[in-house]
Design a protein around this ligand. Structure first.
Ligand SMILES: NC(=O)c1ccc[n+]([C@@H]2O[C@H](COP(=O)([O-])OP(=O)(O)OC[C@H]3O[C@@H](n4cnc5c(N)ncnc54)[C@H](OP(=O)(O)O)[C@@H]3O)[C@@H](O)[C@H]2O)c1
Length: 319
């Protein structure tokens, strides 16, 4: 079984790039027509306008007739967001917005270290027992924190995490050594986000300011975050090296990145790639790349050499 796909929706909503339900509908139709059904959203999507992505998905009643399967993430990235009462409130709002009684995977989106993890885990277990979700997911947690969830689940008989969303792409491979051994040992599926490094491989030029309002715009929280991760000399040089070898074979950087994740990375059965896009055309292109086969051996070798050269400058595996 090939590595699965999950459609991201962090650009969806009136203040995102997919601004209408009609646009989202066309995107979902394309994705579904190619045999896919998993969707990923979050309380926080799109950035700065919480709830808009979930509202669009609810308005389109995407789970009707089992057409799509929903994963979402509770409110996070704010001190106190993972207090039990805040988690209950978040999930209550989210299920109403999505117009469903439960979702497949419910994630804690990122660690809230101002609240004891035991309190947050117990709250998730309460919601699990109430049937609000089928699979407990965590995202962006450090290795010792992941193990803490595994151990508490055993100790108290609580729901254990079985899915993890984390950064993984050709320039962000620390998960291979820091996280994947834990996932394999404890049966946690790995869902790789930002497969195209939020557009860094194709849309960003070393000596030009990044597009205003885009993923690398330094006036936004996300832009500052992404610049911190990717705006390093070694990574800009690596983009050029990738382009050079890709041109020999007529394969773009984005195609290389997606085909590598699907065929050459350490993702395997049960794992998935979170597919990103800002419009229908990008999604179509990305799904075509993902449908193509393994890369020429020389390109895979260059990717490994690049990784050896940039590892020290590469983003961390977790927040
Ligand atoms: N758990 C977490 O903390 C977390 C974090 C990040 C993402 N995610 C999930 O993972 C999903 C995918 O992540 P991502 O959006 O970061 O993925 P990504 O594919 O790395 O980045 C998407 C961006 O890359 C550019 N892009 C995509 N396809 C392109 C193409 N064919 N040609 C040119 N540019 C292209 C677009 O940027 P422009 O807008 O500049 O055109 C697009 O918005 C999200 O939707 C979300 O569901 C989760």
């Amino acid at each position: 079984m090939p590595v699965d796909l999950i459609l991201g929706t962090n650009n969806v909503g009136p203040h995102g790039k997919i601004k209408t339900t009609a646009d989202l509908s066309a995107i979902l139709d394309l994705y579904h027509s190619l045999g896919n059904k998993y969707l990923d959203t979050a309380y926080l999507y799109p950035a700065g306008y919480p709830g808009e992505s979930e509202t669009f998905l609810g308005d389109l009643e995407v789970t009707q007739d089992g057409k799509f399967v929903l994963d979402t993430k509770v409110r996070s990235f704010e001190d106190g967001a993972h207090a039990a009462d805040q988690i209950y409130k978040s999930v209550d709002e989210q299920l109403k917005r999505l117009k469903v009684d439960k979702v497949r995977t419910l994630y804690l989106h990122a660690p809230d270290r101002t609240v004891s993890f035991e309190e947050s885990h117990k709250a998730m277990n309460d919601l699990y027992k109430q049937g609000k979700f089928e699979r407990f997911g965590i995202s962006n947690y450090q290795p010792d924190e992941i193990l803490g969830f595994v151990e508490r689940a055993k100790k108290y008989g609580w729901v254990a995490p079985c899915a993890y969303e984390g950064l993984y792409n050709i320039f962000s491979r620390r998960a291979e050594t820091e996280l994947l051994p834990i996932f394999r040992k404890h049966n946690i599926d790995f869902y790789a986000y930002s497969p195209l490094a939020s557009g860094f491989f194709s849309n960003i030029k070393r000596n030009e300011p990044p597009p205003a309002g885009g993923h690398f715009d330094p006036t936004t929280f996300n832009g500052q975050f992404n610049q911190g991760w990717f705006f390093k000399d070694a990574l800009f040089t690596a983009v050029e090296e990738l382009k050079t070898v890709g041109e020999k074979y007529g394969i773009s950087n984005n195609a290389i990145a997606l085909r590598w994740l699907r065929h050459h990375s350490q993702l395997s059965n049960g794992d998935a790639i979170l597919v990103g896009y800002s419009n229908l055309g990008q999604l179509k292109q990305n799904l075509e790349h993902l449908d193509q086969g393994p890369l020429p051996e020389e390109i895979v070798e260059v990717i490994d050499k690049i990784w050896d050269a940039i590892e020290a400058d590469a983003p961390k595996a977790a927040l």
